[in-house]
Design a protein around this ligand. Structure first.
Ligand SMILES: [Zn+2]
Length: 267
């Protein structure tokens, strides 16, 4: 069974939920994708019942604060667990060259030597090329450049154990260069900053983000089966699921998922 747990569903500045990050569990193997903006990732993993010793693969999409700083904390805790004999094997960090270089710099600036000595030893940094394949949590994946106009960002396409395909578009609007990975995907993970109806209030387009309506139109055009929306504002959480789903459904006839933090979804 493959299970996705949304550890956080919010955008960078949220205070009422956690920043967007998630795990994908394949049996005992866990892939962590981004880790939010700090130490809060540790509580989220604990609540989700994910032991640090089960995390051997982390994918970092980009260097923005709401994605990278939680990874520093996970690296710190896993290195300490290695030192005390409570973590066996290696930790593999995947991403693009700029993201991993930034992560390494932050780790070296902020973590003690007994943690950093693991970098490039049993904490391995894999800088992937655009389109390069890799293996995580017992599954094959392909990283791709989403064509961000801000910081360089990678999404990925994951081959689930039953052969279906999950594509994560990161936290920016769709760029056509992701088409080969996104068209016909069984699962499409896509940002929706707010409702189109709330665009004057939250200004998604000025922030280079999109809306639930845009995501629904995109999912219909790409002919995907399941659409999952994340990286949202946090001022409408109590109505978010129903309102975002309704907007996306104006264009998209497939299954729409607007999870809350800590929600588990069987893939
Ligand atoms: Zn973000």
């Amino acid at each position: 069974m493959t299970e996705l747990t949304m550890l956080g569903t919010g955008n960078a500045a949220v205070t009422r939920c956690y920043n967007t990050c998630f795990t994908i569990r394949n049996g005992q193997q866990v892939l962590l994708v981004d880790a939010g903006g700090g130490n809060g990732i540790l509580a989220r993993l604990e609540q989700a019942g994910v032991s640090l010793s089960d995390i051997h693969d982390i994918f970092l999409t980009h260097t923005h604060t709401d994605h990278i700083f939680g990874v520093v904390w996970v690296v710190r805790m896993i290195a300490q667990a290695m030192n005390s004999g409570k973590y066996s094997g290696e930790l593999h960090l995947f991403g693009h060259d700029e993201g991993l270089a930034a992560l390494e710099s932050i780790c070296r600036l902020t973590l003690p030597g007994k943690v950093c000595k693991h970098l490039h030893d049993d904490i391995l940094l894999h800088a992937l090329a655009d389109g390069e394949g890799f293996s995580v949590a017992g599954m094959r994946a392909q990283a791709f450049d989403i064509g961000s106009t801000k910081a360089k960002q990678y999404g990925f396409c994951l081959q689930l154990p039953d052969g279906r395909r999950l594509t994560c578009l990161g936290d920016e609007p769709y760029n056509e260069r992701a088409g080969q990975y996104a068209i016909g995907a069984d699962w499409l993970l896509c940002e929706a900053f707010c409702l189109y109806a709330d665009r004057e209030r939250f200004k998604p387009y000025e922030k280079h983000h999109s809306t639930a309506l845009d995501a629904g139109r995109l999912a219909a055009g790409l002919n995907v089966s399941n659409l999952l929306l994340y990286h949202t504002e946090d001022k409408t959480l109590s109505t978010r699921r129903s309102a975002y789903s309704a907007e996306a459904a104006e264009h998209f006839r497939g299954a729409i998922h607007v999870p809350d933090d800590m929600e588990r979804i069987i893939l």
